[in-house]
Structure formats: C-alpha cells, structure tokens
Ligand binder design. Structure first.
Ligand code: ADP
Ligand code: MG
Length: 248
C-alpha cells in the first residue's frame, strides 16, 4: 500500500497541555480518509502539524515517504499538500473568478520554467469557470467575494484548494456554513476528485462522514482512539460513547 501521509508518534504540547498525544496515522494514497472526534479532540491541531502551520513537539510527518517536518508550510504546498484557503485574508477583494484564476496561474508557474508563458488567458478563464460551475458558484463568479453568503465563501475555499491540483487535500469542516441541502453534494464532488488524489476530511456530521469516507480515524483527547472502515466505526459502541453528552 502506498502511503500518502504518515505521522509517527506525533506530539504537540501547548505548555503543559497535550493537544496531540503520540499519534501515528497511516493514510493510503487515494484514500477518502475522515478524521473525527469530539470538539477539542485535537483534529485541527493535527491538520496544522501536517501543513506546517504548527511545529510538532516531537514525532515525524511523512508525505509520500519524505520526512517533511523541517519544510515550511509553503514548501509543503509545493510538494502537493493543500488545505482550504482562508479567503477572508487573501481573496476578499477579488471576485471568485479572479481568485481561482490566480490560484491556477500560481500552480502553472510553479511547475513550468520561469520564462515559459503562462497558460493563455482563455484557458485560464475556462478552467476557473468550469471549477466554479461544478460547485454551484457560476452565477456569483463575478461578484465581490466578501459579498457572497458564508456558505458560498466556504465552497470557494474548496475550489481554490482544488485549483492547485493537490496530491493530498486536507479539509477541516469544509461544509460548515454550507446549507444543509447542499452539503452532501459538495462532499460528493470532493469524493469524486481523481482517484490518485488523497483527501483527509474533518467533519462533525456523521451522515456526511459515513457517505464520504472509506476509512476513519477517531481522535479523543489528543490521542488516536479507534480506526477502521465506515462499517467498523459506525457500529463501534466505544466511539458512540465518546460522543455522548456532546450536542453534535
Ligand atoms: P478540534 O479541532 O478537534 O476541535 P483542536 O485541535 O482545535 O480540536 O484543539 C485541541 C485542544 O488544543 C483544545 O483543547 C484547544 O483548546 C487546544 N489548543 C489548540 N490550539 C491551541 C493553542 N494555540 N494554544 C493552546 N491550546 C490550544
Ligand atoms: Mg477543529
């Protein structure tokens, strides 16, 4: 089995608090892998450790077998590891079409010689518009991004991440704020990304997780609590127990 992402004994302490406790994850290339657990379990912290936003206290992170622990967040993106963009900071003043075109040109610039011409403007527009259309954003692609409803901004974040053509895509609650009736469709589109793209999803809604994932890792109090297929996790009484008392 080719591993896309692996953590070995990953630890992160904030002062005396252990946010990530000896987590060893193995995520197979092409997986639709969900990372679940109650609020505060340490899911976002792991994503931050994977992307390089946070430095681990100890332990390793491997991307396609390469130890990337010392690489900057930017260098990791260059290796094909993407998470959703925070459009609020980066792209607020642009239209969705401009933003996606920019993401595509950056991608092309990275992979071609510095003096090679960028994709022609026409190709750029077509690719960007096509992606936006897939996510139901065609009718707003010329609007100011900050004027979009929150749910559409979240969709745009996913489109921007996909536009970079990641090999591994990390999604931290991408459907939060997306209207209920659209959530399944959004995750179905992500699920249908090319089979060699690995997707790691954090999601609170179990119906969405079970429809999306082929494998699930459960975190509790910073540590790996259970791991298995959807069938295994959905009927695991211990997993149900750690969610009790939480209003999901
Ligand atoms: P989840 O995404 O599963 O809800 P997080 O990874 O965001 O959980 O947080 C896990 C725990 O680590 C929480 O108790 C949170 O308060 C703590 N934590 C996260 N980031 C920091 C930080 N920068 N400083 C101190 N504590 C943090
Ligand atoms: Mg979180």
């Amino acid at each position: 089995m080719n591993l896309a992402l692996e953590t070995r004994n990953l630890k992160k302490n904030f002062g005396g608090f252990v946010a990530t406790n000896d987590v060893s994850l193995r995520i197979v290339q092409g997986a639709r892998h969900a990372l679940i657990g109650p609020n505060g379990a340490g899911k976002t912290t792991i994503i931050n450790l994977l992307t390089g936003t946070l430095a681990p206290t100890s332990g390793q992170v491997l991307l396609h077998g390469e130890d990337i622990a010392k690489l900057s967040a930017h260098a990791r993106v260059g290796r094909g590891l993407s998470r959703t963009f925070q459009i609020n900071q980066l792209f607020g003043d642009f239209t969705p079409l401009d933003s996606v075109m920019l993401a595509i040109s950056e991608r092309e610039g990275r992979s071609t010689h510095i003096f090679a011409p960028l994709k022609s403007q026409k190709d750029l527009v077509a690719e960007a518009a096509g992606l936006l259309e897939k996510f139901g954003l065609a009718d707003v692609m010329g609007d100011a991004t900050t004027a979009l409803p929150y749910g559409k901004q979240r969709l745009l974040e996913i489109v921007l991440a996909i536009a970079t053509r990641p090999r591994v895509l990390l999604l931290d609650e991408p459907a939060a704020g997306v209207p209920e009736e659209e959530r399944h469709e959004v995750l179905a589109i992500v699920r249908d990304l090319p089979a060699d793209v690995t997707v790691v999803l954090i999601e609170h809604d179990m119906d969405l997780v079970f429809a999306f994932a082929d494998r699930i890792s459960v975190l509790a109090q910073g540590a790996l609590f259970a791991e298995g297929t959807v069938a295994e996790i959905s009927k695991n009484p211990d997993v149900k127990a750690i969610y009790l008392g939480e209003d999901a």
